[in-house]
Design a protein around this ligand. Structure first.
Ligand code: TQI
Ligand code: ZN
Ligand code: ZN
Length: 169
């Protein structure tokens, strides 16, 4: 079953659009940006919120970046596997990914040659759930279930994810 953060924080009532931006220091290619766009679409399809990329990193509601090790927020990344990414509850908007992972942004992660390949869209859909206010779910097929194995792709929202997010939005 789905859960929320303590106090059920959410983006303000009436929020129709949230903007997102990529850390300009990361210089991400369009393939990677498209993956994030697709991940946001999964949630906009089942809520009244839409997502729009903006060039202004400082002004964006959701700020996305790839960082290695200690990156200044007290939650250092740990190298290959372990923690892959973290995102904070509304309305913080920080969405960080561990640059040490072998991220797969295109092609089939289940066929990836690297045994520790991680599917970027799968992780992005999960972290966006956190950014919107969902905690973890006990339903194994849910996007918000707290375990994913390497070389797995899971990007389709489960009925449980949809029910949870529709309580909030
Ligand atoms: N990152 C954890 C996660 O997103 C960080 C975390 C732990 C967390 N507890 C939290 C974030 C509570 C918000 C609220 O769950 S992770 C998965 C999953 C991770 C894990 O790198 O371990 C995914 C990132 F669920 F599959 F295990 C993405 Cl999809
Ligand atoms: Zn961080
Ligand atoms: Zn999580």
């Amino acid at each position: 079953h789905y859960s929320f953060f303590d106090g059920q924080p959410r983006w303000p009532v009436g929020t129709q659009e949230l903007t997102y931006a990529f850390d300009p220091d990361n210089a991400l290619d369009d393939v990677i940006k498209t993956v994030f766009g697709n991940a946001f679409s999964r949630w906009s399809e089942v809520t009244t919120i839409s997502f729009r990329e903006t060039a202004s990193y400082v002004a964006a509601d959701i700020r996305i970046g790839f960082y290695g090790g200690d990156h200044g927020d007290g939650e250092p990344f740990d190298g290959v596997l372990g923690t892959l990414a973290h995102a904070f509850s509304p309305t913080n908007g920080m969405f960080h990914l561990d640059s040490a992972e072998d991220w797969v942004a295109s092609g089939d992660v289940t066929k990836a040659s690297l045994s520790n390949a991680v599917d970027l869209e799968s992780v992005a859909v999960h972290e966006i759930g956190h950014l919107l206010g969902l905690g973890h779910s006990s339903v194994e097929d849910a996007i918000m279930y707290p375990t994913i194995t390497a070389r797995t792709r899971k990007v389709e929202l489960n009925e449980d994810d949809i029910q949870g997010i529709q309580v909030l939005y």
